[in-house]
Design a protein around this ligand. Structure first.
Ligand code: JFZ
Length: 498
Protein backbone atom coordinates (compact mmCIF):
# COMPACT_ATOMS: atom_id res chain seq x y z
CA UNK A 1 0.00 0.00 0.00
CA UNK A 2 2.71 2.43 1.04
CA UNK A 3 4.55 1.64 -2.19
CA UNK A 4 1.50 2.43 -4.35
CA UNK A 5 0.97 5.68 -2.50
CA UNK A 6 4.63 6.55 -2.96
CA UNK A 7 4.56 5.74 -6.65
CA UNK A 8 1.42 7.75 -7.20
CA UNK A 9 2.97 10.62 -5.26
CA UNK A 10 6.09 10.36 -7.40
CA UNK A 11 4.10 10.44 -10.63
CA UNK A 12 2.04 13.39 -9.43
CA UNK A 13 5.25 15.10 -8.44
CA UNK A 14 6.71 14.51 -11.87
CA UNK A 15 3.59 15.76 -13.62
CA UNK A 16 3.13 18.77 -11.39
CA UNK A 17 6.75 19.79 -11.68
CA UNK A 18 6.55 19.53 -15.46
CA UNK A 19 3.37 21.61 -15.52
CA UNK A 20 4.95 24.19 -13.26
CA UNK A 21 8.07 24.30 -15.35
CA UNK A 22 6.26 24.80 -18.58
CA UNK A 23 3.32 26.95 -17.46
CA UNK A 24 5.64 29.91 -17.41
CA UNK A 25 8.11 29.75 -20.22
CA UNK A 26 10.93 32.08 -19.36
CA UNK A 27 12.85 31.04 -22.42
CA UNK A 28 11.64 32.76 -25.54
CA UNK A 29 10.82 36.28 -26.65
CA UNK A 30 9.90 38.40 -23.67
CA UNK A 31 8.01 41.61 -23.35
CA UNK A 32 8.32 43.72 -20.28
CA UNK A 33 5.06 44.70 -18.58
CA UNK A 34 3.91 48.26 -19.46
CA UNK A 35 3.57 49.39 -15.90
CA UNK A 36 6.09 48.68 -13.19
CA UNK A 37 4.97 47.38 -9.84
CA UNK A 38 6.76 48.05 -6.56
CA UNK A 39 8.48 44.92 -5.38
CA UNK A 40 10.01 44.18 -2.02
CA UNK A 41 11.49 40.86 -3.10
CA UNK A 42 12.79 41.61 -6.57
CA UNK A 43 16.43 41.31 -7.69
CA UNK A 44 19.11 41.94 -5.07
CA UNK A 45 21.53 43.34 -7.65
CA UNK A 46 19.43 45.06 -10.30
CA UNK A 47 21.21 45.53 -13.63
CA UNK A 48 24.26 43.74 -14.93
CA UNK A 49 27.14 43.00 -12.59
CA UNK A 50 30.44 44.58 -13.57
CA UNK A 51 32.77 42.97 -11.00
CA UNK A 52 35.74 40.73 -11.89
CA UNK A 53 34.03 37.47 -10.84
CA UNK A 54 31.08 38.06 -13.13
CA UNK A 55 33.37 39.19 -15.93
CA UNK A 56 35.23 35.91 -15.52
CA UNK A 57 31.94 34.00 -15.78
CA UNK A 58 31.13 35.86 -19.01
CA UNK A 59 34.43 34.81 -20.55
CA UNK A 60 34.26 31.04 -19.83
CA UNK A 61 32.67 30.05 -23.14
CA UNK A 62 32.73 26.31 -22.37
CA UNK A 63 31.84 24.48 -19.18
CA UNK A 64 31.34 20.96 -17.89
CA UNK A 65 28.36 19.70 -15.88
CA UNK A 66 28.71 16.50 -13.85
CA UNK A 67 25.70 14.58 -12.52
CA UNK A 68 26.94 12.01 -10.06
CA UNK A 69 25.23 10.21 -7.23
CA UNK A 70 23.95 6.76 -6.24
CA UNK A 71 21.78 6.69 -9.40
CA UNK A 72 25.06 6.08 -11.26
CA UNK A 73 25.05 2.51 -9.89
CA UNK A 74 21.83 1.79 -11.80
CA UNK A 75 22.83 3.54 -15.03
CA UNK A 76 19.22 3.95 -16.16
CA UNK A 77 18.27 0.27 -15.80
CA UNK A 78 17.91 -2.54 -13.29
CA UNK A 79 18.45 -6.24 -13.99
CA UNK A 80 18.48 -5.47 -17.69
CA UNK A 81 15.13 -3.63 -17.65
CA UNK A 82 15.28 0.00 -18.83
CA UNK A 83 13.70 2.64 -16.62
CA UNK A 84 11.28 5.05 -18.30
CA UNK A 85 12.53 7.99 -16.21
CA UNK A 86 15.56 10.21 -16.73
CA UNK A 87 18.51 8.24 -15.34
CA UNK A 88 19.04 10.55 -12.34
CA UNK A 89 15.29 10.37 -11.55
CA UNK A 90 15.30 6.58 -11.48
CA UNK A 91 14.18 6.51 -7.85
CA UNK A 92 10.64 7.48 -8.96
CA UNK A 93 10.39 4.48 -11.32
CA UNK A 94 6.95 2.95 -10.83
CA UNK A 95 4.30 1.00 -12.72
CA UNK A 96 4.56 -2.57 -14.00
CA UNK A 97 8.13 -2.34 -15.32
CA UNK A 98 9.47 -1.20 -11.95
CA UNK A 99 11.43 -3.78 -9.93
CA UNK A 100 9.65 -4.94 -6.74
CA UNK A 101 10.33 -2.70 -3.72
CA UNK A 102 12.28 -0.44 -6.03
CA UNK A 103 12.33 2.63 -3.79
CA UNK A 104 13.62 0.61 -0.91
CA UNK A 105 16.32 -0.87 -3.14
CA UNK A 106 17.25 2.61 -4.33
CA UNK A 107 17.37 4.08 -0.84
CA UNK A 108 19.88 1.39 0.10
CA UNK A 109 22.14 1.80 -2.93
CA UNK A 110 24.42 4.15 -1.01
CA UNK A 111 25.59 1.14 1.00
CA UNK A 112 27.36 -0.09 -2.14
CA UNK A 113 28.58 3.26 -3.46
CA UNK A 114 32.31 2.67 -3.74
CA UNK A 115 33.76 4.29 -6.88
CA UNK A 116 37.14 2.63 -6.76
CA UNK A 117 38.35 4.15 -10.04
CA UNK A 118 37.42 7.70 -9.10
CA UNK A 119 40.31 10.10 -9.58
CA UNK A 120 39.35 13.76 -9.35
CA UNK A 121 42.62 14.80 -10.97
CA UNK A 122 41.96 12.62 -13.99
CA UNK A 123 38.53 14.18 -14.48
CA UNK A 124 40.02 17.64 -14.09
CA UNK A 125 42.73 16.93 -16.65
CA UNK A 126 40.13 15.66 -19.09
CA UNK A 127 38.00 18.78 -18.61
CA UNK A 128 41.06 20.93 -19.11
CA UNK A 129 41.97 19.08 -22.31
CA UNK A 130 38.41 19.55 -23.55
CA UNK A 131 38.73 23.27 -22.95
CA UNK A 132 36.22 23.69 -20.11
CA UNK A 133 36.72 26.82 -18.01
CA UNK A 134 34.15 25.97 -15.32
CA UNK A 135 32.56 22.88 -13.89
CA UNK A 136 29.26 22.32 -12.09
CA UNK A 137 29.01 19.30 -9.78
CA UNK A 138 25.79 17.90 -8.29
CA UNK A 139 26.51 18.13 -4.58
CA UNK A 140 22.95 16.88 -3.90
CA UNK A 141 20.29 15.87 -6.41
CA UNK A 142 16.54 15.38 -5.77
CA UNK A 143 17.11 12.05 -3.98
CA UNK A 144 18.86 13.97 -1.19
CA UNK A 145 22.13 12.02 -1.31
CA UNK A 146 25.07 14.31 -0.50
CA UNK A 147 28.47 13.90 -2.16
CA UNK A 148 29.97 15.74 0.79
CA UNK A 149 29.89 14.65 4.46
CA UNK A 150 27.09 17.00 5.53
CA UNK A 151 26.59 17.10 9.26
CA UNK A 152 22.88 17.88 8.81
CA UNK A 153 21.83 14.48 7.44
CA UNK A 154 23.01 10.88 7.60
CA UNK A 155 22.41 10.35 3.88
CA UNK A 156 25.89 11.26 2.65
CA UNK A 157 29.10 9.98 1.16
CA UNK A 158 30.46 9.50 4.69
CA UNK A 159 27.99 6.61 5.19
CA UNK A 160 29.12 4.76 2.05
CA UNK A 161 31.98 2.27 1.87
CA UNK A 162 33.90 4.94 -0.06
CA UNK A 163 33.64 7.46 2.81
CA UNK A 164 35.88 10.23 1.38
CA UNK A 165 34.58 13.72 0.56
CA UNK A 166 34.00 13.83 -3.20
CA UNK A 167 33.11 17.51 -3.39
CA UNK A 168 36.38 18.47 -1.74
CA UNK A 169 38.45 16.35 -4.11
CA UNK A 170 36.71 17.87 -7.12
CA UNK A 171 36.93 21.47 -5.93
CA UNK A 172 40.64 21.03 -5.25
CA UNK A 173 41.51 19.16 -8.45
CA UNK A 174 39.57 21.40 -10.83
CA UNK A 175 40.66 24.61 -9.16
CA UNK A 176 44.28 23.44 -9.43
CA UNK A 177 43.75 23.06 -13.21
CA UNK A 178 42.42 26.62 -13.37
CA UNK A 179 38.81 25.48 -13.81
CA UNK A 180 36.27 27.28 -11.62
CA UNK A 181 33.88 25.11 -9.64
CA UNK A 182 30.15 25.72 -9.15
CA UNK A 183 27.97 23.66 -6.88
CA UNK A 184 24.68 22.27 -8.19
CA UNK A 185 22.21 22.02 -5.31
CA UNK A 186 18.68 20.62 -5.50
CA UNK A 187 16.15 22.24 -3.18
CA UNK A 188 13.97 19.15 -3.65
CA UNK A 189 15.09 16.54 -1.12
CA UNK A 190 13.16 13.25 -1.14
CA UNK A 191 15.17 12.00 1.80
CA UNK A 192 14.15 14.72 4.24
CA UNK A 193 10.83 14.08 5.98
CA UNK A 194 10.22 17.82 6.31
CA UNK A 195 10.48 18.41 2.56
CA UNK A 196 7.11 18.99 0.84
CA UNK A 197 5.89 20.18 -2.55
CA UNK A 198 2.64 21.95 -1.60
CA UNK A 199 2.46 25.08 0.50
CA UNK A 200 2.26 24.26 4.23
CA UNK A 201 -1.21 25.01 5.69
CA UNK A 202 -1.51 23.84 9.28
CA UNK A 203 0.72 25.01 12.12
CA UNK A 204 2.33 21.60 12.20
CA UNK A 205 3.06 21.70 8.49
CA UNK A 206 4.52 25.17 8.79
CA UNK A 207 6.76 24.09 11.62
CA UNK A 208 7.94 21.14 9.62
CA UNK A 209 8.60 23.21 6.49
CA UNK A 210 10.46 25.82 8.52
CA UNK A 211 12.71 23.04 9.76
CA UNK A 212 13.32 22.14 6.13
CA UNK A 213 14.19 25.73 5.25
CA UNK A 214 16.66 25.89 8.12
CA UNK A 215 18.15 22.57 7.02
CA UNK A 216 18.58 23.90 3.45
CA UNK A 217 20.16 27.09 4.72
CA UNK A 218 22.53 25.15 6.96
CA UNK A 219 23.63 22.93 4.10
CA UNK A 220 24.30 25.91 1.84
CA UNK A 221 26.43 27.66 4.44
CA UNK A 222 28.16 24.37 5.11
CA UNK A 223 29.11 24.15 1.42
CA UNK A 224 30.37 27.73 1.32
CA UNK A 225 32.40 27.24 4.49
CA UNK A 226 33.80 23.83 3.54
CA UNK A 227 34.73 24.81 -0.02
CA UNK A 228 35.65 28.49 -0.03
CA UNK A 229 37.19 28.14 -3.51
CA UNK A 230 33.76 27.54 -5.05
CA UNK A 231 32.51 30.34 -7.31
CA UNK A 232 28.77 29.93 -7.25
CA UNK A 233 25.65 27.82 -6.86
CA UNK A 234 23.62 26.24 -9.64
CA UNK A 235 20.22 25.78 -8.02
CA UNK A 236 17.53 23.37 -9.11
CA UNK A 237 14.12 22.12 -8.00
CA UNK A 238 12.82 25.53 -6.98
CA UNK A 239 9.42 25.22 -8.64
CA UNK A 240 7.43 23.74 -5.73
CA UNK A 241 4.59 25.77 -4.23
CA UNK A 242 6.21 25.35 -0.81
CA UNK A 243 9.45 27.03 -1.93
CA UNK A 244 7.62 29.68 -3.96
CA UNK A 245 5.67 30.67 -0.84
CA UNK A 246 8.89 31.08 1.17
CA UNK A 247 10.01 34.16 -0.80
CA UNK A 248 10.77 36.22 2.32
CA UNK A 249 13.02 33.49 3.62
CA UNK A 250 14.79 32.91 0.32
CA UNK A 251 15.32 36.64 -0.25
CA UNK A 252 17.14 36.92 3.07
CA UNK A 253 19.01 33.70 2.37
CA UNK A 254 20.32 35.00 -0.95
CA UNK A 255 21.42 38.19 0.77
CA UNK A 256 23.25 36.27 3.50
CA UNK A 257 24.90 33.84 1.07
CA UNK A 258 26.22 36.72 -1.01
CA UNK A 259 27.50 38.51 2.09
CA UNK A 260 29.25 35.35 3.27
CA UNK A 261 30.97 34.75 -0.08
CA UNK A 262 31.72 37.98 -1.96
CA UNK A 263 31.57 37.53 -5.72
CA UNK A 264 29.22 34.52 -5.42
CA UNK A 265 27.38 33.79 -8.66
CA UNK A 266 23.78 32.58 -8.56
CA UNK A 267 21.57 32.00 -11.58
CA UNK A 268 17.92 32.89 -12.04
CA UNK A 269 16.65 29.55 -10.74
CA UNK A 270 16.88 30.18 -7.02
CA UNK A 271 13.95 32.21 -5.82
CA UNK A 272 10.87 34.13 -6.92
CA UNK A 273 9.31 37.47 -6.06
CA UNK A 274 6.24 37.98 -3.80
CA UNK A 275 3.91 37.28 -6.75
CA UNK A 276 5.44 33.88 -7.42
CA UNK A 277 7.30 35.05 -10.52
CA UNK A 278 10.38 32.92 -11.12
CA UNK A 279 13.53 33.62 -13.20
CA UNK A 280 12.10 37.04 -14.08
CA UNK A 281 10.21 39.11 -11.55
CA UNK A 282 6.83 40.79 -12.04
CA UNK A 283 8.57 43.65 -13.86
CA UNK A 284 10.32 41.27 -16.23
CA UNK A 285 13.69 41.89 -14.56
CA UNK A 286 16.13 39.02 -14.17
CA UNK A 287 16.36 37.45 -10.70
CA UNK A 288 19.97 36.45 -10.04
CA UNK A 289 23.12 37.05 -12.04
CA UNK A 290 22.38 35.15 -15.24
CA UNK A 291 19.50 33.47 -17.02
CA UNK A 292 19.44 29.82 -16.09
CA UNK A 293 16.51 28.50 -18.09
CA UNK A 294 18.32 27.36 -21.24
CA UNK A 295 18.26 23.72 -20.44
CA UNK A 296 18.52 21.42 -23.44
CA UNK A 297 17.43 24.36 -25.53
CA UNK A 298 18.96 27.36 -27.24
CA UNK A 299 17.58 30.81 -28.06
CA UNK A 300 16.55 31.16 -31.70
CA UNK A 301 17.29 34.86 -31.64
CA UNK A 302 19.82 36.98 -29.80
CA UNK A 303 17.10 39.55 -29.11
CA UNK A 304 15.24 37.07 -26.89
CA UNK A 305 18.00 37.42 -24.33
CA UNK A 306 17.52 41.14 -23.69
CA UNK A 307 21.25 41.47 -23.11
CA UNK A 308 21.23 39.19 -20.05
CA UNK A 309 24.06 36.84 -19.17
CA UNK A 310 23.07 33.19 -19.64
CA UNK A 311 24.27 29.62 -19.99
CA UNK A 312 22.98 26.62 -21.87
CA UNK A 313 23.29 23.21 -20.22
CA UNK A 314 23.16 20.22 -22.55
CA UNK A 315 23.01 16.44 -22.38
CA UNK A 316 24.72 14.12 -24.86
CA UNK A 317 21.80 11.65 -24.91
CA UNK A 318 18.36 13.12 -25.74
CA UNK A 319 17.57 13.41 -22.02
CA UNK A 320 19.03 11.94 -18.84
CA UNK A 321 21.83 13.63 -16.91
CA UNK A 322 23.07 10.78 -14.73
CA UNK A 323 25.00 7.76 -16.05
CA UNK A 324 23.21 5.74 -18.73
CA UNK A 325 24.84 2.41 -19.48
CA UNK A 326 23.31 1.72 -22.85
CA UNK A 327 23.77 4.45 -25.42
CA UNK A 328 22.60 2.26 -28.29
CA UNK A 329 18.92 2.94 -27.55
CA UNK A 330 18.91 6.55 -28.77
CA UNK A 331 20.74 9.19 -30.78
CA UNK A 332 23.70 10.68 -28.98
CA UNK A 333 24.97 14.09 -30.02
CA UNK A 334 28.19 14.16 -32.03
CA UNK A 335 31.10 16.54 -31.46
CA UNK A 336 29.91 18.32 -34.59
CA UNK A 337 26.45 18.87 -33.00
CA UNK A 338 28.05 20.02 -29.75
CA UNK A 339 30.57 22.42 -31.31
CA UNK A 340 27.67 23.89 -33.31
CA UNK A 341 25.73 24.49 -30.07
CA UNK A 342 28.84 25.84 -28.36
CA UNK A 343 29.36 28.38 -31.14
CA UNK A 344 25.69 29.31 -31.21
CA UNK A 345 25.82 29.93 -27.45
CA UNK A 346 28.96 32.06 -27.43
CA UNK A 347 27.81 33.97 -30.53
CA UNK A 348 24.80 35.01 -28.45
CA UNK A 349 26.87 35.98 -25.43
CA UNK A 350 26.26 32.82 -23.40
CA UNK A 351 28.28 29.88 -22.06
CA UNK A 352 27.79 26.30 -23.21
CA UNK A 353 27.93 23.60 -20.54
CA UNK A 354 28.22 19.96 -21.55
CA UNK A 355 26.95 17.32 -19.15
CA UNK A 356 28.82 14.15 -18.14
CA UNK A 357 27.30 11.29 -16.13
CA UNK A 358 30.08 9.11 -14.72
CA UNK A 359 29.35 5.50 -13.69
CA UNK A 360 29.31 3.97 -10.22
CA UNK A 361 33.03 3.22 -10.38
CA UNK A 362 34.01 6.79 -11.13
CA UNK A 363 34.60 6.37 -14.86
CA UNK A 364 33.14 8.58 -17.54
CA UNK A 365 31.13 6.77 -20.22
CA UNK A 366 33.48 5.77 -23.07
CA UNK A 367 31.27 7.84 -25.38
CA UNK A 368 31.89 10.87 -23.19
CA UNK A 369 35.65 10.26 -23.23
CA UNK A 370 35.57 10.21 -27.03
CA UNK A 371 33.53 13.42 -27.32
CA UNK A 372 35.67 15.25 -24.75
CA UNK A 373 38.74 14.38 -26.77
CA UNK A 374 37.20 15.46 -30.08
CA UNK A 375 35.97 18.77 -28.66
CA UNK A 376 39.37 19.33 -27.04
CA UNK A 377 41.16 18.69 -30.34
CA UNK A 378 38.97 21.28 -31.98
CA UNK A 379 39.35 23.77 -29.12
CA UNK A 380 43.12 23.46 -29.29
CA UNK A 381 43.10 25.26 -32.64
CA UNK A 382 39.98 27.37 -32.40
CA UNK A 383 39.40 28.41 -28.78
CA UNK A 384 40.39 31.99 -29.57
CA UNK A 385 36.93 32.29 -31.16
CA UNK A 386 35.33 30.92 -27.94
CA UNK A 387 36.97 32.42 -24.85
CA UNK A 388 36.28 36.00 -23.85
CA UNK A 389 34.26 36.77 -26.94
CA UNK A 390 31.02 38.70 -27.23
CA UNK A 391 28.08 38.79 -29.59
CA UNK A 392 28.98 40.57 -32.84
CA UNK A 393 26.42 43.20 -33.91
CA UNK A 394 25.86 41.66 -37.36
CA UNK A 395 23.00 39.86 -39.02
CA UNK A 396 23.42 36.08 -38.38
CA UNK A 397 25.62 34.50 -41.05
CA UNK A 398 24.30 31.65 -43.25
CA UNK A 399 27.77 30.03 -43.05
CA UNK A 400 28.05 29.72 -39.29
CA UNK A 401 28.45 31.92 -36.22
CA UNK A 402 30.13 35.24 -35.58
CA UNK A 403 31.94 36.04 -32.37
CA UNK A 404 34.01 39.09 -31.59
CA UNK A 405 36.85 40.24 -29.38
CA UNK A 406 37.95 43.87 -29.58
CA UNK A 407 38.82 44.63 -33.20
CA UNK A 408 38.76 40.98 -34.25
CA UNK A 409 35.75 39.31 -35.75
CA UNK A 410 35.57 35.50 -35.96
CA UNK A 411 33.36 33.49 -38.25
CA UNK A 412 33.16 29.79 -37.42
CA UNK A 413 32.17 28.17 -40.70
CA UNK A 414 29.88 25.13 -40.64
CA UNK A 415 28.33 25.59 -44.08
CA UNK A 416 31.01 26.13 -46.66
CA UNK A 417 29.57 27.69 -49.82
CA UNK A 418 30.07 25.79 -53.11
CA UNK A 419 31.83 28.78 -54.73
CA UNK A 420 34.24 29.06 -51.78
CA UNK A 421 33.34 32.74 -51.36
CA UNK A 422 32.38 33.74 -47.84
CA UNK A 423 30.36 36.92 -48.03
CA UNK A 424 30.40 39.15 -44.94
CA UNK A 425 27.50 41.55 -44.79
CA UNK A 426 28.22 44.87 -43.07
CA UNK A 427 25.76 47.74 -42.63
CA UNK A 428 26.83 50.84 -44.56
CA UNK A 429 26.56 52.72 -41.29
CA UNK A 430 28.95 50.35 -39.49
CA UNK A 431 31.81 51.78 -37.45
CA UNK A 432 34.06 48.72 -37.76
CA UNK A 433 35.55 48.00 -41.18
CA UNK A 434 37.20 44.69 -42.17
CA UNK A 435 40.85 45.14 -43.18
CA UNK A 436 42.08 41.57 -43.64
CA UNK A 437 41.22 37.90 -43.19
CA UNK A 438 43.01 34.66 -42.35
CA UNK A 439 42.34 31.08 -41.25
CA UNK A 440 42.62 31.07 -37.48
CA UNK A 441 44.13 27.60 -37.05
CA UNK A 442 46.89 27.86 -39.68
CA UNK A 443 47.19 31.67 -39.82
CA UNK A 444 46.95 31.37 -43.64
CA UNK A 445 46.08 34.79 -45.07
CA UNK A 446 42.91 34.84 -47.17
CA UNK A 447 42.02 37.10 -50.07
CA UNK A 448 39.28 39.55 -49.25
CA UNK A 449 37.54 41.86 -51.69
CA UNK A 450 35.17 44.73 -51.09
CA UNK A 451 31.97 44.21 -53.05
CA UNK A 452 29.13 46.63 -53.59
CA UNK A 453 26.73 44.29 -55.37
CA UNK A 454 24.42 47.10 -56.38
CA UNK A 455 21.09 46.06 -54.98
CA UNK A 456 18.77 49.07 -55.06
CA UNK A 457 18.35 50.67 -51.63
CA UNK A 458 20.68 48.13 -50.02
CA UNK A 459 21.74 49.32 -46.58
CA UNK A 460 24.71 46.93 -46.57
CA UNK A 461 28.06 46.45 -48.18
CA UNK A 462 29.90 43.15 -48.63
CA UNK A 463 33.34 41.72 -48.12
CA UNK A 464 34.04 38.54 -50.05
CA UNK A 465 36.63 36.22 -48.54
CA UNK A 466 38.04 33.45 -50.74
CA UNK A 467 38.69 30.03 -49.27
CA UNK A 468 41.44 28.30 -51.24
CA UNK A 469 39.95 25.37 -53.16
CA UNK A 470 42.76 23.10 -51.93
CA UNK A 471 41.95 23.86 -48.31
CA UNK A 472 40.12 20.77 -47.05
CA UNK A 473 38.65 20.59 -43.57
CA UNK A 474 36.49 17.86 -42.11
CA UNK A 475 35.74 20.09 -39.14
CA UNK A 476 34.16 23.50 -38.80
CA UNK A 477 36.90 26.11 -39.22
CA UNK A 478 37.32 29.69 -38.10
CA UNK A 479 37.99 32.70 -40.30
CA UNK A 480 39.57 35.55 -38.42
CA UNK A 481 38.72 39.00 -39.73
CA UNK A 482 40.72 42.01 -38.59
CA UNK A 483 38.83 45.25 -38.45
CA UNK A 484 39.56 48.89 -37.74
CA UNK A 485 37.38 51.65 -36.43
CA UNK A 486 36.17 53.94 -39.17
CA UNK A 487 33.45 54.75 -41.67
CA UNK A 488 32.66 52.82 -44.84
CA UNK A 489 34.05 54.73 -47.84
CA UNK A 490 33.02 52.76 -50.92
CA UNK A 491 35.34 54.60 -53.35
CA UNK A 492 38.35 53.96 -51.18
CA UNK A 493 37.42 50.37 -50.42
CA UNK A 494 36.90 49.49 -54.07
CA UNK A 495 40.51 50.45 -54.76
CA UNK A 496 41.97 48.80 -51.68
CA UNK A 497 44.06 45.63 -51.83
CA UNK A 498 43.14 43.62 -48.81
C1 JFZ B 1 16.40 19.44 -13.57
C2 JFZ B 1 16.50 18.10 -12.89
O1 JFZ B 1 15.21 17.63 -12.57
C3 JFZ B 1 17.25 17.15 -13.80
O2 JFZ B 1 17.37 15.89 -13.18
C4 JFZ B 1 18.63 17.70 -14.09
O3 JFZ B 1 19.39 17.81 -12.89
C5 JFZ B 1 18.50 19.06 -14.75
C6 JFZ B 1 19.83 19.74 -14.95
O4 JFZ B 1 17.67 19.93 -13.95
O5 JFZ B 1 15.50 19.30 -14.64
C7 JFZ B 1 14.91 20.36 -15.21
C8 JFZ B 1 14.80 21.56 -14.57
C9 JFZ B 1 14.24 22.65 -15.25
C10 JFZ B 1 13.81 22.51 -16.54
C11 JFZ B 1 13.90 21.31 -17.19
C12 JFZ B 1 14.45 20.22 -16.51
N1 JFZ B 1 13.31 23.61 -17.21
O6 JFZ B 1 13.49 24.73 -16.74
O7 JFZ B 1 12.75 23.49 -18.31
Amino acid sequence: MKKTVNSIAAILLLISSCIDMHAQSWTGPKEKPKERVDLKYGPLNPGKRTDADMQRFREYGLGQFIHWGVYAIAGGEWNGVKAPTASEWIRVWSGNTAPPNWQQTYDNLYKQFNPKNFDAKRWARQAKQMGARYMIITTKHHDGFCLWPSKYTGYTIAQTPYKKDIVKQLVDAYTAEGIDVYLYFSIIDWNNKDYRTSAPQTEQEKESYNRFLTFTRNQLFELINNYPKMKGFWFDGTWDKSWIGAYQYTYQLEKDLRAAHPGLIIGSRFRNDEHGKRHFDSNGDLLGDYEQGWERKLPAKYEWLNGNDWDCVMTIPPNGWGYIKDWSQFYTKTSYDLIDMLMQSVSMGGNFVLNFGPDGNGQMHTGEDKLAEEIGDWMKWNSEAVYGVTHAPLEPSPYGYYTQKGNTLYLTVFNRPVNNQIRIKIPRAATQIPTGASLLASKTPLKMKFTDIGIDLDKNVYFDISIPADFISKDPFVIKVDTKTGKINTKELEKAHM
